[in-house]
Design a protein around this ligand. Structure first.
Ligand code: C2E
Ligand code: MG
Ligand code: MG
Ligand code: MG
Length: 291
């Protein structure tokens, strides 16, 4: 009997593995189609400066509206896009869209904000990343100072010299560069001062567990490091007033997280921008669906 159960267990395992592989293969095909059919849209998550009581930019986050499966999380499709190289046309699209939308908000009279776009390490291998960025700016008329790119520590594991020279050219255009999810990746601290970056984004993992002694120590160390290297600091994943006060107390006043605002569509951002500039106090409840 035990033997049978054992066999069954293996079969169940195999089947679920197949299911996972089938979904993945399906998504891979669908992703090619999605790039052509424009099945993507962008949400924007605000950043908040608690010391000035003002909006401090926002981050563009891609979403995929799959015709049969509904909204699929980037955590699932970005790795597939990276492996297939589809991340390159997708990044070209979101870069253009984020610049267009940002320019439009400014033309409508909202106080100018810097919008950041996430860059996978894979797009640095495409060789025309700089072109892609310049096209997005010239095609929309957005001033480069209102564009930021976010990279991750995983770039430290690849052709670092090639990437540094590309980052320097991007920066020469006047675009800011942020290190995303800092502390969660390769953390080769020795390479950090070689990178032309302006901002460290403290990974949300540390913020979530800030009450644990070790996470608290890591947050303090990152803030000290950032200040010593003259970098701006921003904390990700701030969900509570307690986390916000803790970070602010340590000198990290710029924050991003559900406490300040979820990723929102363009109209919800309009509402957020108008209410957040009127009131100096924080919590702005934006109506509409939580996205
Ligand atoms: P990320 O760049 O670190 O973005 C932050 C993620 O954390 C977003 O998830 C955001 O919705 C979520 N988040 C923000 N505040 C909170 C909070 O208070 N609590 C919690 N629990 N989560 C919060 P999202 O939009 O699902 O994106 C996941 C990741 O997918 C991003 O992490 C980024 O690495 C990647 N991604 C998203 N859009 C793009 C894109 O256009 N290009 C590339 N290359 N990657 C992207
Ligand atoms: Mg990011
Ligand atoms: Mg992040
Ligand atoms: Mg992340």
């Amino acid at each position: 009997k035990a033997k049978e159960e054992g066999k069954n267990r293996y079969r169940v395992f195999d089947e679920s593995l197949d299911q996972g592989m089938i979904r993945r293969l399906g998504l891979e095909n669908d992703l090619r189609r999605a790039v052509h059919n424009q099945e993507f849209f962008v949400l924007y998550q605000p950043k908040w400066d608690a010391s000035s009581g003002k909006a401090a930019g926002m981050e563009a986050l891609i979403r995929w509206r799959h015709p049969e499966l509904g909204i699929i999380s980037p955590a699932e499709f970005i790795p597939i896009a990276e492996e297939t190289g589809l991340i390159i046309p997708m990044t070209r699209w979101i870069m253009g869209e984020a610049c267009r939308q940002n320019q439009q908000w400014q033309e409508e009279g909202f106080e100018p904000q810097c919008v950041s776009v996430n860059l996978s390490v894979r797009v640095f291998e495409s060789q025309n990343l700089l072109d892609m960025i310049q096209c997005a700016l010239s095609g929309t008329g957005l001033d480069a100072k209102y564009l930021e790119v976010e990279i991750t520590e995983s770039i430290l594991a690849s052709d670092i010299q090639g990437i540094i020279s590309q980052l320097m050219k991007i920066r020469e255009l006047g675009i800011k560069i942020a290190m995303d999810d800092f502390g969660s990746g390769y953390s080769s601290l020795g390479s950090l001062d070689k990178l032309p970056i302006d901002t460290l984004k403290i990974d949300q993992l540390f913020v979530r567990e800030y009450e644990s002694g070790s996470k608290k120590a890591i947050i303090q160390a990152i803030i000290t490091l950032g200040k010593q290297l003259n970098l701006e600091l921003i904390a990700e994943g701030v969900e509570t007033i307690e986390q916000s006060e803790f970070l602010n107390g340590l000198g990290c006043s710029i924050m991003q997280g559900y406490y300040y605002g979820r990723p929102m569509n363009e109209d919800q951002i309009r509402e957020w921008l108008s209410t957040s500039t009127e009131s100096s106090t924080v919590l702005v409840q934006v109506s509409g669906p939580q996205l």
